[in-house]
Design a protein around this ligand. Structure first.
Ligand SMILES: [Zn+2]
Length: 278
């Protein structure tokens, strides 16, 4: 049996959660990497609030482990837009400090085995003030320092990838001594060649055309849906069924080889996250 892994997805208590996972399993999916995302119904003013939010994500992972056969891991970290929420209550300096502390906390969670990587972290994908942009970069670089220290991967949420953007992110990794290959660019286009992604690791959004284009160039990537499990936004993103469905269809029509599937769903995630996919 093939492992089939979705590299970036979310589950919500008010969403389909276990039901969606069961459908994923039914279609042949086997492994999930769930990324923590902020909860708008919970306060976010202090480090303690971050910890309570991370705990809600962990309790979802534990629920899914209890109620299904899937293998699921968690990544945690301060979501890029969280800095704006903190700035509703604090100066930018104070907000930045809390984000840095939330990054340290994520590192501690990795050390304690509650999470496998730091993420999703980075910088807002929408226009922000130069001050917020600068602060976000400093917070991100701090995250890379921690990931380097902990020997774990870091999952980036950033603006749409441009050649300059990839270069800048790679330069941040180099500055901290972080292995570029363990810096995951989530929501990546099929930019899988080293000259396109500067050696950072692309987690490619699993649309048909993206995965087809990626496979024409090679197999150094993972597949993700960025499923958000939000009942208020049905169909806003790919369904959790997409990765197994696409993988099976592409294996059947020969667009993806057995070797590709093994690389994408097992060897790549094992190398990037230091996990065992079996
Ligand atoms: Zn996400």
């Amino acid at each position: 049996m093939h492992p089939i892994l979705d590299d970036h997805m979310h589950l919500q208590f008010q969403g389909d959660n276990v039901k969606a996972v069961k459908e994923f399993l039914k279609l042949g999916g086997t492994h999930l990497i769930m990324s923590h995302m902020p909860y708008s119904d919970m306060p976010l003013r202090s480090l303690e609030d971050f910890e309570r939010q991370y705990e809600r994500s962990l309790s979802m992972v534990e629920k899914v482990r209890k109620e299904t056969e899937v293998k699921i891991w968690l990544t945690v970290g301060p979501y890029p837009a969280d800095i704006l929420r903190l700035m509703e209550h604090h100066s930018i300096e104070k907000a930045k400090d809390i984000m840095m502390d939330a990054m340290d906390l994520a590192g501690k969670w990795v050390e304690e085995g509650r999470a496998i990587a730091i993420g999703e972290v980075g910088r807002p994908h929408f226009e922000v003030s130069p001050e917020v942009w600068e602060a976000s970069n400093e917070i991100l670089i701090h995250g890379m320092e921690i990931a380097k220290e902990r020997g774990c991967a870091i999952v980036l949420h950033t603006e749409s990838a441009t050649p300059e953007g990839w270069k800048e992110l790679a330069s941040f990794a180099d500055r901290t001594g972080m292995d570029r290959g363990r810096v995951v660019k989530h929501f990546s286009p099929p930019a899988i060649l080293p000259e396109e992604n500067q050696g950072l690791f692309p987690s490619v959004l699993a649309s048909k055309s993206n995965i087809k284009k990626a496979l024409e160039k090679g197999n150094r990537f993972t597949m993700e849906t960025d499923y958000i499990d939000d009942p208020r936004r049905p169909g806003a993103v790919l369904s959790l069924k997409t990765v197994p469905k696409r993988t099976k269809a592409f294996l059947q029509n020969g667009i993806m080889s057995e070797e590709d599937a093994w690389k994408i769903h097992k060897e790549n995630p094992e190398k990037v996250y230091g996990i065992e996919v079996e």
